[in-house]
Design a protein around this ligand. Sequence first.
Ligand SMILES: [Zn+2]
Length: 298
Amino acid sequence: MHKISDIVSTGKLLTSDGAWGTYLFKKGLAIGNCPEEWNLTHYDDVFDIAKSYVVAGSDIISTNSFGSNVFKLSQYNLQEKLSEICQTAAEISRKAAGKNKIVMASIGPTGKFLIIGDVTSEDLYNSFKQQAIAFEKGGADAVCIETFYALDEAEQAIRAVKENTSLEVICTFTFDKSESGYKTLMGVTPQQMAESLIAYGADIIGANCGSGFEVMVEIVSLIREVSPQIPIMIQANAGLPIFENDKLVYSETPEKIKVIIPNLIEAGANIIGGCCGTTPEHIKVISKIVSDYNNRKI
Ligand SMILES: [Zn+2]
């Protein structure tokens, strides 16, 4: 069992992995199909994605399970397969990662809102609990509760994992820059997120997705204002996507992020990877900078 926070507490930085969703589409996933069903129907394609990040230098490998909650799976009538889908997701990434790398299982938001009475806290808790137990069975070391925007939903996810498994808990929110600063869809600031998630028991916190690597530097500094010690994970998008000849293109190329990564480290990020639009090429760049830092070349 690898503990990310133990490794980070020695001063070492870690590289996580890049996009899964955009990668699955490249591999042929059709719009309207369930990405997580691919764990059962396209095992080798999912394994290839995990393996390509291992080869690119990721220390932490994610899983193909972002939408594997009861609410999203029931849109495809796959809710009965939740445990099988989640356990297989962890098994695939574990197989690619081997014994020495860390597997962190992805938990995305349910798309339900407690504030409008869409769902009860108990419904959310039970869905997250089922996912977490299956991830642990499949060999995950940690869960990454990611792309979240609401504190009440994050609280249920963190508690469900903590109370039912021994998995380490990472929780990262997605922020947009508004005139009044960085906020999530539900109006949560990075500082409010940090205070709350630490109180709920998250081991590692941070930000993912959003509008690219550049803005993450400021977000890391805002989280660091709240806690000098909490390990911070940043997994940014490769910039904002733009349409070019009918194709979605991401503006932050591996070359462009090269100069931003040292600033993220300087601001206090401990674990760095990518979100939408990032590729194994981005991870190679991050991994090189991270290992140079670990060897104190920069
Ligand atoms: Zn993203």
